[in-house]
Design a protein around this ligand. Structure first.
Ligand code: FAD
Length: 432
């Protein structure tokens, strides 16, 4: 393992869009350590297919706001929604400056697609690999920063805290099992979602809500831990492991859902939770393990141009979407709840921030509007970085000693965390 400093200005757990964008917005002289439980490019941010929302013109503000609120069953924080929407054009400009390519028309203008719950096309995309396009460019940029060090295959096990103030984290190197403390003025939890705790999920298996477990243990405020989003359409398979997502924009572009008799049974463009309910009800009525999704109405040109990855994946599974419907089933996809944060990503613990899917900032309410999550993750990460910089570095408060012995039984700690989160979430799992 490379030499690790005893103390950093900022410790970031997670190298998805949230972790990376925080690092990119910290001052160039701040010493930053980023941890990731797996390889740096194995994050859900790389998996995002559909795209990223943007306020494409001021006249769309009211509709975009209303679509987000309606999808969230009006449990969203209006101030957070407003902040996200109004920050989106500048954020997209930054991504373009980093070299991110979004689909454009012949005149060079952005092309917009739409997904369920959107009353307007307002989603920027890059084929069906928008997340990879965004995250790989940002990761490349952060890797070039001399003040940022990335530790792969290293996991945050806990925060070091005293009197509700965070002094850094306890880290475990996965290969050797070595556990060590990292002190920092500020710590950012950006550990992504909880899909690894579910049998059927579109998420990477190593995303097990670790930051939530840490929060539960340390009395850090959580919010809506039971708001788990199920995606209506993942490729049905008998195999175990991560479920392959069939992006919502497929339905936005005209694909239709069919029952066992190849008849349509719902409006495919309603918000995710409603379409999920309709599919589940249909499966129950038909006594089937999946329904069908027919992509033929989209047309060959758009399928090949806009959805090449989905097209190839289905071919590998034995289905040519240009000729035949594919089997689809709902699966766990996204986590709306999380570590409660304010508009700058501050948690209830001093000097501890959270951003991305692991945080709950109020944007999504009870149900996320499609393609709002990359956007809010990026925006809150930037805001957290700026809030840290504004509060200043070089804290010299006496540091509490970290009791490393307490982490010797790693498997039990992980199991306890996972069980605690599932227990909370299942009290009222939000599926229907
Ligand atoms: C298949 C799929 C398609 C999606 N499509 C879209 C879309 O089209 N548009 C959209 O807006 N959103 C989409 N999403 C959601 C979006 O990708 C995520 O919400 C977003 O990328 C979350 O970013 P993040 O940085 O919070 O987490 P992630 O990108 O998941 O990164 C989490 C990071 O934390 C690390 N980590 C986890 N635990 C620990 C630990 N204990 N210690 C250290 N590191 C840890 C992981 O290794 C990883 O680096 C999709 C999600 C999936 C799964």
């Amino acid at each position: 393992m490379p030499t690790i400093r005893e103390k950093y200005d900022v410790l970031i757990a997670g190298t998805g869009v949230a972790g990376i964008n925080c690092a990119l917005h910290l001052p160039a002289d701040a010493q930053v350590l980023m941890l990731t439980k797996s390889a740096a490019d194995r994050s859900d941010s790389f998996l995002a297919q559909g795209g990223i929302c943007v306020l494409k013109e001021p006249s769309d503000y009211n509709k975009y706001f209303e679509d987000t609120m309606r999808a969230g069953h009006y449990e969203n924080d209006p101030a957070a929604v407003e902040l996200m929407i109004k920050s989106s054009p500048a954020l997209i400009g930054e991504l373009v400056n980093y070299g991110v390519r979004f689909a454009r028309d012949g005149a060079g203008n952005f092309r917009y697609t739409r997904e369920g719950g959107h009353s307007e096309p307002r989603i920027l995309f890059h084929d069906d690999v928008t997340g990879k396009e965004i995250t790989s460019h940002l990761l490349e940029a952060v890797r070039k920063l001399p003040n940022v060090h990335i530790l792969e295959e290293c996991e945050l096990l806990d925060v070091i805290s005293a009197e509700n103030e965070c002094f850094g984290g306890i880290v475990r190197e996965n290969k050797t099992g070595k556990v060590f403390p990292v002190y920092a003025d500020y710590t950012l939890l950006a550990t992504g979602g909880v899909g690894g705790l579910w049998e059927n999920s579109t998420n990477y298996r190593h995303l097990t809500g670790d930051a939530l477990g840490i929060a539960l243990k340390n009395g850090i405020e959580l919010e809506h831990i039971d708001y788990v989003q199920i995606h209506p359409t993942t490729f049905y398979s008998e195999k175990h492991g991560r479920r392959f997502l069939i992006s919502e924009s497929v339905r936005g572009e005209g694909a239709v859902l069919l029952d066992k008799n190849m008849q349509r049974f719902c409006n495919e463009l309603l918000p995710r939770d409603i379409v999920t309910s309709a599919i589940r009800a249909q499966m129950q009525k038909d006594g089937t393990k999946h329904v069908w999704l027919d992509m033929r109405p989209i047309g060959e040109k758009t399928v090949r141009e806009h959805f090449p990855t989905i097209y190839r994946h289905c071919l590998d599974e034995g289905y040519d979407v240009l000729r035949t419907p594919i089997p689809v089933v709902p699966a766990q996809h996204y986590f709306m709840g999380g570590v409660k944060v304010d508009l700058d990503g501050r948690t209830s613990m001093k000097r501890l921030f959270a951003a991305g899917e692991t945080a709950c900032n109020g944007v999504h309410g009870k149900n996320r509007l499609a393609s709002n999550s990359l956007l809010e993750s990026l925006i809150w990460a930037e805001r957290a970085a700026k809030a840290m910089a504004a509060e200043g570095f070089g804290k010299d408060a006496p540091r509490p000693r970290a009791d490393l012995f307490a982490y010797s039984d790693y498997e039990t700690i992980k199991k306890d965390y996972a069980e605690a989160i599932r227990e909370e979430a299942e009290r009222e799992e939000y599926c229907d």
